[in-house]
Write a protein that binds this ligand. Structure first.
Ligand code: ZN
Length: 278
């Protein structure tokens, strides 16, 4: 049994503030250890639940955050950016039986600690076929095309609530309770590691590959930006049309194409952001 862990940082233990997840800051250096502790607990839990192989895919920012030297020696880690499936890279080779979303968070424009969808600020909302979509929603639709179930989700309490919608059977672990976008009641790493380990051990039993959801599309992705010029800028991507002053939409036959267009749109939008004015 092979498990893939998609590891994001905003939903990690103790993390509540932009500098906590911003590479290069002293706070980030400290929070890397907390993040690594969450991921390591999941690795150990999956092995104790019967996994033969656990691959971690770093999914935050430049995708170089976890401390390899602090991970269980059985784990393997894919670190660094520029990967064709981004946050869920590794799921496409036909050998993954289950995926865990560790350190996930809620979507742009909704309540939740450090809530956003891909871009920290510029995107104020994403909808997938008319339903508000977090990164968990988008990535769960993508991994379903490879027949891989989401078996574990960790993050704040609202992230766990969000996951009920896209992965009802998955085990969920809230490592902190939402107070505001930048505040949470946090549990200690000793406590959250124990909770994640227990959940991952149980979640291993859910890691059974399914029939790939090849006909679940088409997918219409709508994006709302915080400034109208960003909506204008992203229409250079073929298939992306303007649906409102700050809104755009595109339709893809599969989520594979949908997520790749999403990557193109977010890359262009972030390049069009001007300092101070956005
Ligand atoms: Zn994220």
């Amino acid at each position: 049994m092979k498990i893939l862990i998609s590891a994001d940082m905003e939903g990690a233990t103790g993390v509540t503030w932009p500098a906590d997840v911003l590479p290069g800051t002293p706070q980030w250096e400290r929070c890397r250890a907390l993040f690594t502790s969450d991921v390591d607990a999941a690795v150990r839990g999956f092995y104790d639940g019967g996994a033969d192989e656990v691959l971690i895919n770093e999914a935050h920012w430049s995708m170089r955050n976890l401390l390899l030297e602090n991970l269980d020696e059985r784990a393997q880690m894919l670190t660094g950016r520029h990967k064709s499936l981004s946050m869920v890279e590794g799921v496409q080779h036909g050998d993954v039986d289950g995926i865990a979303f560790v350190g996930y968070h809620t979507g742009a424009g909704t309540e939740g600690v450090l809530a956003h969808t891909y871009l920290a600020n510029s995107i104020t909302g994403v909808w997938l076929n008319g339903v508000r979509a977090s990164e968990g929603v988008l990535n769960s639709a993508l991994v379903a095309e490879y027949g891989v179930p989401v078996v574990l989700v960790t993050g704040d309490d609202l992230t766990c609530e969000d996951a009920i919608g896209y992965a009802p059977e998955a085990l969920k672990v809230a490592v902190k309770d939402y107070v505001s976008r930048y505040a949470a009641v946090c549990r200690t790493p000793a406590r959250t590691a124990a909770d994640i380990h227990a959940a991952a051990k149980q979640a291993a039993a859910l890691a059974v590959r399914r029939e790939p959801a090849r006909d679940a599309g088409p997918y219409t992705v709508e994006l709302e930006f915080d400034a109208e010029h960003l909506a204008a800028a992203v229409t250079v991507v073929p298939g992306v049309t303007r649906t409102g002053e700050r809104r755009t939409a595109y339709t893809s036959p599969t989520m594979y194409e949908g997520i790749r267009t999403f990557k193109a749109v977010t890359t262009i939008a972030s390049a069009a952001v001007e300092e101070q004015y956005g």
